[in-house]
Ligand binder design. Sequence first.
Ligand SMILES: NC(=O)c1ccc[n+]([C@@H]2O[C@H](COP(=O)([O-])OP(=O)(O)OC[C@H]3O[C@@H](n4cnc5c(N)ncnc54)[C@H](OP(=O)(O)O)[C@@H]3O)[C@@H](O)[C@H]2O)c1
Length: 345
Amino acid sequence: MKAGIVGATGYGGIELFRLLREHPEIEAIHLYSSSQAGEDFTNIYKHLNSQETIVLEELQPDVMKFELDVVFLATPAGVSRNLTPDLLGGSAVIIDLSGDLRLKDPEVYEEWYKKESVSDHILKQAVYGLPEWNKEEIVNAKVIANPGCYPTATLLGLAPLIKDRLVEPHSIVVDAKSGVSGAGKNPNPMTHFAHTQENIQIYKVNQHQHIPEIEQALHGWDEAIEPITFSTHLAPMVRGIMSTIYLKMKEPITESELHERFSSYYESRPFVRVRQEGNFPCTKEVYGSNYCDIGLTLDPRTNRVTIVSVIDNLMKGAASQAVQNMNLVFHFDEQAGLLRLPVYP
Ligand SMILES: NC(=O)c1ccc[n+]([C@@H]2O[C@H](COP(=O)([O-])OP(=O)(O)OC[C@H]3O[C@@H](n4cnc5c(N)ncnc54)[C@H](OP(=O)(O)O)[C@@H]3O)[C@@H](O)[C@H]2O)c1
């Protein structure tokens, strides 16, 4: 199978390259760059084998859509809006890692992303690719909107309770933290080492573009859910997301019932690992892997549930989830090319 990566020079792109290189079903990988076409990729990323020359290609959607089986768009918001229409109509499946195709309402996209939305016609074709919860739709998709990193961690932490409408609709608060690679390759004053090292910073308070994405999925599961409070923090680490979720249940539940519910929901979903009672995951325990680890507890004093969900933002939050989606669309083993243990320490 032939795969293409647009935005290969970015952090999501280089991670996709690493995964696809080892994928048993991928025979050829084409890398595209809007700014460095003609350059040798191994000169940009020196950790690759420098004995080999991998030339970055110019974007040619008319050719790519017939020659490739799958195209990953690892590009900033606003790019796939222009590229997707040109890439459709051939044989290639499109998997978009940006937020351009995730929100079903164009007005909501324009409000939160401050950019013009892709057409309604394209949005209708795009399937939200959270494999643990909508595999049936993904297997028939031609266009996949790969979920954002914060939404992946948060939705996997919430789904087992929201799907069964067990949560007080107004009670959800999410306190989330991310490593610096979540902001992409280009440094800025906020992600500069001198600023991030020994520092923790809240950002985009009540304004993060992942808020409507999380709420859209929650409403799909339980339309009564009210707006959530969702705060994002930049943590002094390279990779990792931790979403700490607080909520109240509609009806009393015991700690063991809570665990039993999560364990049975995720039993058949190999990339979500539910911790035993009293055990909470940290970001290092999923580093470099496609796993989402979840720990949870009930505070009997406040009757509030705390759920801790961790992922690697570049893996389950981006590239490896995109490969998981590819596996499903092409009817490969869902775990093909993804069965690596986290890197520890
Ligand atoms: N970083 C994460 O943890 C993460 C997680 C989930 C989702 N995402 C999403 O994935 C996408 C990529 O993120 P990233 O972190 O990999 O960003 P990045 O490191 O900034 O890389 C983005 C790449 O896109 C390419 N690009 C920029 N403008 C372009 C244009 N006009 N046309 C075509 N290509 C263009 C650039 O490569 P060239 O100049 O070589 O073309 C650049 O290297 C973003 O939408 C991001 O929100 C990121």
